[in-house]
Design a protein around this ligand. Structure first.
Ligand code: DGL
Length: 278
């Protein structure tokens, strides 16, 4: 069996991608992982597509220079803005993106009303709107789009359950529940970290069951399939390493690994210049 011990590169604008990385670790426990948090430039969600694409290219180049055999764009906003460009730059490398789980939400909803929580950048992206139109075309499901401005910042601060975070959540989730949504898509990789606070809000307000859709597990499965198909898995069953890189504070990213995933990881601070997307 072929074996490839090179690491997998995973990135996000900040700590959100750790919600995807935890599924990758669970499904691919023998793979070495490099995690890049572009926290110095977070949030991506309110920036123009070209800016996010240029950051994404620079981060991918950094990970490839460190030997990455595959890249996971663990960010919905960067996937919308940059996945095409990244695949054009690295045509022979598996590049896996993250998209809001509209399909699983359409399958889960009982009343046909689905709320989609995501960044403004994701919801305005052509790629996302195409997917929405495709799935909504049979008229069975209505998608209520809700940009959650300010929520990523709260999660970057590590405030998963503060009064301020609950207030931000109430501003965005309550109108979706009041309009009848029985399914909410967590369309930003940061949001699974405030799942408990969202569930509390639902319990207090909705008076009905509401499903929450997160695609981290499906993304990790897709990555595993691509590694299998390409003969790229690491056959060495020894303990795999995780290393973190950040464009902001190493202490903050190390603290996020520890509080969000319960692991202690070496983290380095790096600076990288954005790359023009042409
Ligand atoms: N975690 C990101 C996403 O999935 C980006 C959040 C942001 O930087 O605005 O969209």
């Amino acid at each position: 069996m072929p074996s490839n011990p090179s690491p997998i590169g995973v990135f996000d604008s900040g700590v959100g991608g750790l919600s995807v990385l935890r599924h990758i670790r669970a499904q691919l426990p023998h793979e070495h992982l490099l995690y890049f948090a572009d926290s110095g430039f977070a949030p991506y969600g309110d920036k123009p597509e070209q800016v996010v694409a240029a950051r994404s290219l620079a981060v991918a180049a950094f990970l490839v220079e460190r030997g990455a055999k595959a890249i996971v764009v663990a960010c919905n906003t960067a996937t919308v803005a940059a996945i095409k460009t990244l695949r054009a730059h690295y045509p022979h490398m598996p590049i896996v993106g993250v998209e809001p789980g509209l399909k699983p939400a359409a399958a889960a909803t009982r009343n046909g009303t689905v709320g989609v929580m995501a960044t403004a950048g994701t919801l305005a992206g052509e790629k996302f709107l195409k997917l929405r139109d495709q799935i909504a075309s049979d008229g069975k499901v209505a998608f209520l789009l809700q940009a959650c401005v300010g929520l990523v910042e709260q999660i970057e601060l590590g405030e998963l359950d503060s009064a301020a975070t609950r207030a931000v959540l109430a501003r965005y989730v309550a109108p979706l529940l009041d309009q009848g949504a029985d399914t909410l898509v967590l369309g930003c990789t940061h949001y699974p970290f405030v799942r408990a606070a969202i569930e509390d809000l639902i319990a207090a307000r909705a008076g009905r069951a509401v499903s929450l859709i997160d695609t981290g597990d499906a993304v990790a499965r897709h990555l595993a399939n691509l590694l299998d198909a390409g003969g790229l898995k690491n056959a060495d069953e020894g303990a795999a390493s995780v290393a973190g890189y950040t464009t902001a504070s190493a202490t903050a990213l190390a603290a996020a690994f520890s509080s969000l995933l319960g692991v202690s990881v070496p983290v380095s601070e790096v600076q990288i210049a954005a790359k023009a997307a042409s």
